[in-house]
Design a protein around this ligand. Sequence first.
Ligand code: ADP
Ligand code: AMP
Length: 214
Amino acid sequence: MKIIMLGAPGAGKGTQAKMIADRYGIPHVSTGDIFRANIKNGTKLGMEAKQYMDKGLLVPDELTVKILLDRVAEEDCRNGYVLDGFPRTIPQAEVLDEALAGLGEKIDYAIDVEVPDENIVKRMGGRRACLSCGATYHIEHVPPKKEGVCDVCGQELVLRDDDKPETVRNRLKVYHEQTQPLIEFYQAKGVLKSVDGTMDMKDVFAAIEKILEA
Ligand code: ADP
Ligand code: AMP
């Protein structure tokens, strides 16, 4: 099963992608997590990506597409995966489609998690991330057991630099201009499904399960 999560930054793509990955035993592949791991390890890719991420801009397709295609070519992705944060542009989606077509494969579902912009800025200010293992929390909705500490790996939780309000507004602008057109792209392919992302995260997941098990 190959699934793409669509939606604005902060819509809950990562939250739902992790639940899907757990439930169906497929890997959760997040380009944002891959970039953040590279930044943390001080790699050349990380240093390049950071310049764009800190401004709320997209990392150029040339850098992004290769890391994603390399990742999904790994052994654990053989039976499918859930992509979170990729594709974010039409050219990225086209390259992915071509690569899959070359293998006789295709995307099965593109799930759009719908949340209005007004809710997003509020949500992002409360997001706390573990840069070590990629776990995500929210100070109100999903607090860690001990404030500021990751439940999974015990590392410190941080407010991501790109989750500060000014950058979030820029990311939303970039989302509407460059990523939202993917909704029509996948609708035309007959694989688009939409869920109301303003519901409680368990209810959002129940709606997704219903789609995947229909
Ligand atoms: P994305 O991957 O789309 O950027 P996340 O999954 O990281 O978004 O979610 C953004 C923030 O909102 C996180 O702090 C997360 O805990 C919280 N969140 C996710 N889903 C919901 C929901 N349904 N209701 C309230 N808060 C949510
Ligand atoms: P995310 O964790 O998905 O919110 O991504 C954080 C940031 O990483 C984005 O704001 C972009 O700067 C960059 N990024 C992640 N995925 C992509 C992608 N597919 N294309 C371009 N930039 C990306």
